[in-house]
Design a protein around this ligand. Structure first.
Ligand code: CU
Length: 143
């Protein structure tokens, strides 16, 4: 018989089959209350991966977000706005790039300044099924 605590611990030790590249957190002025993390994820496994959440001790709230175009191209109201999403799916072999113009890992209500280039921010990614990826993201200027 499994103990609930033991199975919970097992779940957090599951590592997703994923390759990470280009990870960084955008440096922001010390008065800023939010920033974002960017990276490329590649599903190196044989099953679909569903990214369901992001968290960091550097932020009280972590959100998966995309940029959504509002209004019509060329229109005065043409602009983009951030939109929260519940998950990002990656088919086997598929790559997904999080970049300033699109998908990003929002770090909101920062717990301290992220103004120093070179400082490191722990980032945790959660995947459906209990897989967890713990990363250390360097702070860099927005690229
Ligand atoms: Cu955002």
């Amino acid at each position: 018989m499994k103990m609930p605590a033991a199975s919970a611990r097992m779940a957090t030790q599951l590592a997703p089959s994923v390759q990470v590249s280009g990870l960084y957190v955008a440096a922001v002025p010390s008065v800023a209350t939010e920033s974002a993390a960017y990276l490329t994820l590649k599903n190196t496994g044989k099953t679909a991966l569903i990214l369901t959440g992001v968290s960091s001790p550097a932020a009280r709230v972590g959100m998966l977000m995309t940029m959504k175009r509002m209004g019509a191209p060329g229109n005065a109201l043409d602009m983009t706005a951030m939109k929260m999403v519940t998950d990002f799916a990656l088919r086997p072999g598929q790559s997904l790039t999080f970049a300033p113009s699109g998908a990003h890992l929002m770090l909101s209500r920062l717990t301290g300044p992220l103004s120093v280039v070179g400082q490191t921010v722990p980032i945790t990614l959660n995947f459906r099924g209990g897989a967890v990826l713990r990363l250390a993201a360097p702070v860099r200027r927005l690229q």
